[in-house]
Design a protein around this ligand. Structure first.
Ligand SMILES: C[S@@+](CC[C@H](N)C(=O)[O-])C[C@H]1O[C@@H](n2cnc3c(N)ncnc32)[C@H](O)[C@@H]1O
Length: 209
């Protein structure tokens, strides 16, 4: 019963939400698309010609924003556990990014080159048990960080979503060892009651930690 009420309240909020309406009007696949748009604009993350890896990409809002910003030059490689309807200019791999075979598939598409920007909007399925959800969010961010450090060009950039809570400060400290500039962002399109934040890490250091 309580659960029904909550999901009704969620649906009510969702259909009246400004970014949901905008996404529907503008043909964007998610309201999350506007988070990347705002983050990328503020920190100048996307440019034509870049190689971008989008982790946790479905249904594809971030990939849409990235591929539009690339303007037909460069490439987007997207990964998700869930299926994603194909997008022009986006190579999609379905699977768990924690699996070695998925990592190998991404590396095969990357080829000898490396990435200019690694994005991760990966989020765990929420269990409602805060310590579990928090630990999983940090685990996904660490997975993305490990990939970014090993596959970005020197001076490449990394953007990752994470829940604020246990493990957050330690994660930020680790990222600071690897990147020249680290910023914590909460874009307007991120709901204020959500404890998600985005870490923008700019300029992978040449002498990696
Ligand atoms: C908030 S959604 C991403 C929304 C997307 N940025 C957009 O704009 O459409 C988070 C996604 O992370 C994916 N995800 C979570 N854990 C993952 C994992 N281990 N490997 C791949 N994808 C994962 C989920 O399936 C989910 O689609």
């Amino acid at each position: 019963m309580a659960r029904n009420k909550t999901s009704k309240a969620w649906m009510q909020e969702h259909v009246t939400d400004h970014y949901v309406k905008r996404a529907q009007a503008e043909g964007m696949r998610s309201r999350a698309a506007y988070k990347l748009e705002q983050l990328a604009e503020r920190d100048r993350l996307l440019r034509p010609g870049m190689v971008v890896v989008d982790l946790g990409a479905a249904p594809g809002g971030w990939s849409q924003v990235a591929s539009r910003a690339l303007g037909g030059q460069g490439r987007v490689i997207a990964v998700d556990l869930l299926e994603m309807v194909p997008l022009n200019g986006v190579s999609f791999i379905q699977g768990d990014f924690a699996d070695d075979e998925i990592l190998v598939a991404v590396e095969q598409i990357l080829g000898v080159g490396s990435a200019d920007l690694v994005l991760s909007d990966m989020a765990p399925n929420i269990t409602g048990v805060a310590v579990v959800d928090q630990a999983r969010s940090i685990g996904l961010a660490e997975l993305a960080l490990d990939f970014a450090v090993n596959h970005l060009n020197v001076n490449g950039n990394f953007l990752v979503k994470v829940f604020q809570g246990a493990g957050f400060e330690a994660l930020v400290a680790t990222i600071k060892l690897q990147f020249k500039q680290v910023l914590i962002r909460k874009p307007d399109a991120s709901r204020s009651r959500s404890n998600e934040v985005y870490i923008v890490a700019k300029g992978l250091r040449s002498g990696r930690y």
